[in-house]
Design a protein around this ligand. Structure first.
Ligand code: A3P
Length: 298
């Protein structure tokens, strides 16, 4: 039941949890059994990078027909956790594959699996992947709070210092952070038609243009009429932090994860309230060294 530092295994250069749902065995089994379709869409992230938001946006934009009757109170995103609308391949799908085998249906999946450990079938399929990256300092802070919501009484809470030390050594589920980001960033430059690289920070500032970009990349561009009648703004509104967190105030996503654990602050720069100057400089140094050949700004 530990989250972050306990029960992690190193596999193909990345740390993975060992739990009922996600494990190295699951990754190996996916490699053997998972069949990707060329029309699949995968949303790839490191935990705590904005996965829930991206899931909601993509679900809303490819299912625009759900807005037709203008009945928002029954929209799946407002009556259910976005994680129930768009499954992770390494957890839900692996246990539930038969539902998703229709080769003609559009399949939306999420994953935290590093690029180099993705099932070969995905890499060979020519499908589209959206990667959402977030400032490592905000990922660390978000992870610290999330971990402490999930840790059981036996393990006790993690201190921020422990979380920082582990994170900066690269030890976190599907970390090291920097290698995960670099893996997807590299392919986004080599195969821009297959991998779209976005940042949480840019999504926050330029939400509308990024939603438009996402829609075009995924093959669901907005028509002029749709734009004129406010379709983009409607999607942004329904997926806003305020709306989704309100809809997820109660209940559990799974027996061990309350719905509201996925919604905390939803802001850029909360790290300034947690990191000392020294911690901040250490992460800046690591990021500068690891990302010296990338152009990513947060
Ligand atoms: P904070 O802990 O900094 O608030 P993930 O979905 O990958 O688990 O990431 C969770 C982070 O995304 C949390 O960050 C959460 O508050 C934020 N988040 C969730 N929904 C969001 C939304 N609709 N808009 C912006 N941020 C959101």
């Amino acid at each position: 039941k530990g989250w972050i530092t306990e029960n992690l295994y190193l596999y193909q250069g990345f740390w993975h949890q060992s739990s009922r749902r996600i494990s190295v065995e699951t990754l190996m089994a996916l490699q053997d059994t998972f069949k990707a379709h060329p029309t699949d869409i995968y949303l790839a992230t490191l935990p705590k990078s904005g996965t829930t938001w991206l899931k909601a946006l993509v679900f809303a934009l490819v299912n625009r027909n759900l807005f037709k009757d203008n009945c928002l109170s029954t929209h799946p995103l407002l009556v259910s956790n976005p994680h129930n609308c768009l499954p992770f391949i390494e957890t839900e799908i692996f246990r539930d594959t038969p539902t998703y085998t229709d080769p003609h249906s559009l399949r939306l999946f999420a994953t935290h699996i590093p690029y180099t450990s993705l099932p070969q079938s995905i890499l060979d399929s020519g499908c589209r992947i959206v990667y959402l990256c977030r400032n490592p300092k905000d990922v660390l802070v978000s992870m610290f709070h999330f971990a402490n919501r999930l840790r059981d009484k036996l393990l006790g809470p993690l201190t921020f210092e422990e979380t920082f030390t582990s994170f900066s050594k690269g030890v976190m589920p599907t970390g090291p952070y920097w290698d995960h980001v670099k893996g997807y960033h590299k392919v986004s430059l080599e195969q821009p038609e297959n991998v779209l690289f976005l940042t949480y920070e840019d999504m926050k500032i330029h939400t509308a243009s990024n939603v438009k970009r996402l829609a075009k990349f995924l093959g669901f561009p907005f028509s002029e009429d749709e734009e004129a009648e406010g379709a983009i703004q409607r999607i942004i509104r329904i997926c806003s932090f305020e709306n989704l967190s309100e809809a997820n105030k109660h209940g559990n996503f799974r027996e061990d994860i309350p719905n509201d654990a996925f919604f905390r602050e939803g802001k850029v720069g909360d790290w300034t309230n947690h990191l000392t100057d020294e911690m901040s400089s250490i992460l800046d140094e690591i990021t500068k060294e690891k990302f010296h050949d990338l152009h990513i700004s947060f």
